[in-house]
Design a protein around this ligand. Structure first.
Ligand SMILES: [Zn+2]
Length: 276
């Protein structure tokens, strides 16, 4: 999901040294830094050269968790005005090619998050630093105290998502029935539980749910089952073939290698009106 300038969520959890190019350069210090390095930002819409993914490929499914209450914060994040996937055009065009290849395998892509506005990242960091508001702990970080999320690098800022060429995604069998909607207040099951027990996402078994703050979510974890291993490998193969780079600590996180706006973190909200 994430990053502290690299990350993704579980990033620093393990080891700072494992961070890949997809997540750029995280601070090697897990200590709490009240003032993360100031990113360069473009102040206002429209987002230059961005598109709505469904305008490029309407076959790709979307489940934009941060526009809903079904995420680790438990409410929609600041800046998510519409449940849309916004990306730079090169990243969206590359994802369309990935979708072509996925369909040939009987799978379709489903994106959980794409461009993430810097205000949303700030919202997450503020949430992580405040006690309480743990209504979704049982699903997303069942084994980690909320007070450790920032220090251990599960959350941080900035993130490559704010540059517009990074996606969190999974694979769905083309014949899979639609998933039941998430109901706020429903019983939560750890994201590390077996697929028949954890939240009934319609995706294939990837070994954990998305945004799962746990080592089991590390892409190369030896603890996942054979089916999950094959599914993670297929997603990796499809994405890397079209120029995306994965992230070691999150099986769902990929960045487009030739992104047009590296080191720029945009503020414009997730809304069709932000796309020029
Ligand atoms: Zn991500």
């Amino acid at each position: 999901m994430w990053g502290r300038r690299a990350t993704c969520a579980s990033a620093v959890l393990l080891a700072v040294g494992l961070v890949t190019a997809a997540c750029r350069t995280p601070s090697p210090s897990p200590s709490l830094s009240p003032s993360p390095p100031a990113p360069s930002r473009a102040a206002a819409p429209p987002l230059p050269g961005f598109v709505v993914l469904s305008d490029v490929d309407d076959r790709i499914r979307t489940d934009i968790r941060y526009a809903t209450a079904h995420n680790f914060v438990g409410r929609p994040l600041a800046g998510y005005l519409e449940p849309l996937c916004l990306l730079t055009r090169p990243a969206a065009e590359a994802l369309r090619k990935v979708q072509d290849a996925a369909l040939a395998e009987g799978r379709t892509l489903k994106v959980y998050d794409c461009y993430r506005p810097q205000p949303a990242v700030d919202d997450i960091v503020a949430w992580a630093r405040q006690p309480g508001q743990e209504q979704t702990k049982g699903e997303f970080y069942p084994r980690v105290p909320k007070s450790d999320l920032f220090d251990k690098g599960y959350v941080g800022a900035p993130t490559t998502h704010s540059s517009g060429s990074t996606v969190d995604l999974t694979l769905v069998d083309v014949n899979a029935p639609s998933q039941a909607p998430y109901r706020p207040g429903q019983r939560l099951v750890p994201c590390t539980a077996p697929p028949g027990q954890r939240f009934a996402d319609d995706s294939v078994d990837m070994g954990t749910g998305s945004d799962c703050f746990d080592p089991l979510a590390h892409t190369d974890s030896p603890r996942v089952g054979r089916e999950a291993r094959a599914n993670r490998d297929l997603l990796s193969e499809l994405m890397t073939r079209e120029g995306f780079v994965g992230y070691d600590n999150e099986w769902w996180h990929y960045s487009y290698r030739d992104e047009p706006h590296p080191d720029t973190y945009f503020d414009a909200p997730v809304a069709r009106s932000s796309v020029g």
